[in-house]
Design a protein around this ligand. Sequence first.
Ligand code: LLP
Length: 421
Amino acid sequence: MSFSVEYNNDELYMEKVAVKEIADSVGTPCYIYSHSTIEKNFNSYLNSLAEIDPLICYSTKANSNLAILKLYSNLGAGFDIVSGGELKRVLLAGGDTSKVVFSGVGKTDSEIEAAINADILFFNIESVDELHAINRVAISLNKKAPIAIRVNPDIDPKTHPYISTGFKKSKFGIEIASSIDVYREASKMEGINIIAIDAHIGSQIFELSSFNDSLQKLTDLADALIKENINIRYIDIGGGLAITYSKDETPPSMEEYAGIVIKHLKGKPYRPVIEPGRSLIGNAGIMITKVLYTKDGSEKNFIIIDAAMNDLIRPAFYNSHHEIIPVKQNENETRTVDIVGPICESGDFLATDREFPVVAKGDNLAVLSAGAYGFVMSSNYNSRPRAAEVLVKGDSINIIKEREKFEDLISGEKIPDFLSK
Ligand code: LLP
């Protein structure tokens, strides 16, 4: 499994660029993404599923930098969005809105209106209340809103509970058993045009059987709806395919995953829509950082780096594992360390109890598999400016987001007059 970087003469490279060169010229912490890996991963989805003509709607939330969206748009991707903000990003990046699907449990009237006006492919409706809201807004605009119902197939994706979404008790979607009644209701609505069904059962899924079970339920439902003259043209199967974070993990290959999808959809009258995020960009990105200090204690040894939980929250939030490697490979002895950031929280770690080669102040480290849910989940906690982002293509280093300045952090803040004596 490729992490999009490799050593060449002990120096870490992304494509033809030495990672150290980026650390020196752009500074750290910094996210860097590989153009060729993004392209390769996208084409691997397209090629593996070619016989069923998939529409790949990149899940914008995984990494919504405008340059990244533009790159996917150039590759022919559609987009899975979950907010008006993501729609604006897709529009700014020149994305084709006729390939946009809009999920999320809390769409507001103004977000619904913007999406109808942008002529998106369809809404993934997550509640009966939302169905009524979309009908009402569409009628007020004199339009029909294309929709899928996001069904909750009650499948255990056997992943972290925070990223499981297809359980009965989850807030997402409408229970599959009652969805047929909701479709019947929707079919009578003046502002609604039913065209699809949708499910997304979770993220970082290793079990092909979970996808298999979900697809079975979706195709059964679609077949039943067609019998009732409800015109289903697309089956949106969501995203969720796992990637390698820890070197010993082996997620299903693209061919294995595609095999399951093809088995269920080949020869059926439904075009598959897939909403991958992590599996497209997770391993196309890394975060680079610098060692500030090392500190030995009687129970723990620490490497203190200039990136923190505000830059990459996944370890603190989900206890996720990210491989971390030195940018200059060394043969030093290894020791057990915690790799921690400068934030004043004990949860501010990127790795705990990790065997790691001895490094010194000033050395650069690379945190792997950081392309998805990395920068987008970063924050300004502890008044830390968010990192820069760079897109590497061949031997070119392209800054796609400047490092935030302190002024950006306080923009919009005001001290009321009564405090300014
Ligand atoms: N479609 C919908 C409706 C989703 O909610 C998601 C992710 C995706 C597609 C893309 O799933 P993927 O292919 O990336 O697994 N922050 C967490 C992940 C949250 C995923 C949320 N939904 C993390 O860092 O692991």
